[in-house]
Design a protein around this ligand. Sequence first.
Ligand SMILES: COc1ccccc1CNc1ccc(C(N)=O)cn1
Length: 253
Amino acid sequence: MYFAVITILPEMFTAVSEFGITGRAVQNKQVTIECINPRDFTTDNYRRIDERPFGGGPGMVMMAEPLAKAIEYAKSQASQHGCATDAAHCPVIYLSPQGGTLNETKVMALRQYDAMILLCGRYEGIDERLLQRYVDMEISIGDFVLTGGELPAMVLMDSVIRRLPDVMGDAKSAEQDSFVEGLLDCPHYTKPHEFEGLTVPEVLLSGHHANIAKWRFVEQVKRTKQRRPDLWQQFTPNAEQARLLKKVKDEIK
Ligand SMILES: COc1ccccc1CNc1ccc(C(N)=O)cn1
């Protein structure tokens, strides 16, 4: 997958492109991340990308023209990578508090694209006319305001990359088991057996895989009910899960 990131702080993106599972995906060429700085598309000597807002008020607004040129360049780069650059194949996504909130469903949907262009705002935001003309989708990572769209862009990239085929190996296959979607995760334990007087639930040491899967599912259900009743409300068990829920219904009260 090809990610073009429009940002005035490209150095930030080494956090995704050079470390961890996302860094390895870039190294393995499963993912390409190209940062494009709108300052490179300015024409004045000061390389201006922001100006005072019309109508007055605090702060600065990012100007439309340098961003428009940067987006056009990103589209030409995406097509160089063999990606179709219409909105259906390569959406321009603006990270902003005004967007629809990112969740696992949206992450799974984003995997369908060959490429995406992520637009990172700073200051008070971006000239509305740029958004009107160029932005296909506005996404928020939550109801809070940050100093820029770069961290949300990295959160989005991380969540999509980890879900690409062949990126997560065995961990992904573990995630594939049928109990995960829509429930919080179960507790995890590893060595040593005892930590500050605390031990490990016996079932996890039993080697009895069916009982271990059942225990994990019950823990996921209990946690989801306790911590996120809203998620529990939406949870629609599949046949296997419904069968198991019936069997354990007194355990999960
Ligand atoms: C004042 O900042 C802005 C104002 C308008 C747009 C973008 C920004 C950049 N900041 C962002 C971006 C995204 C999120 C999010 N919740 O996804 C939070 N903050």
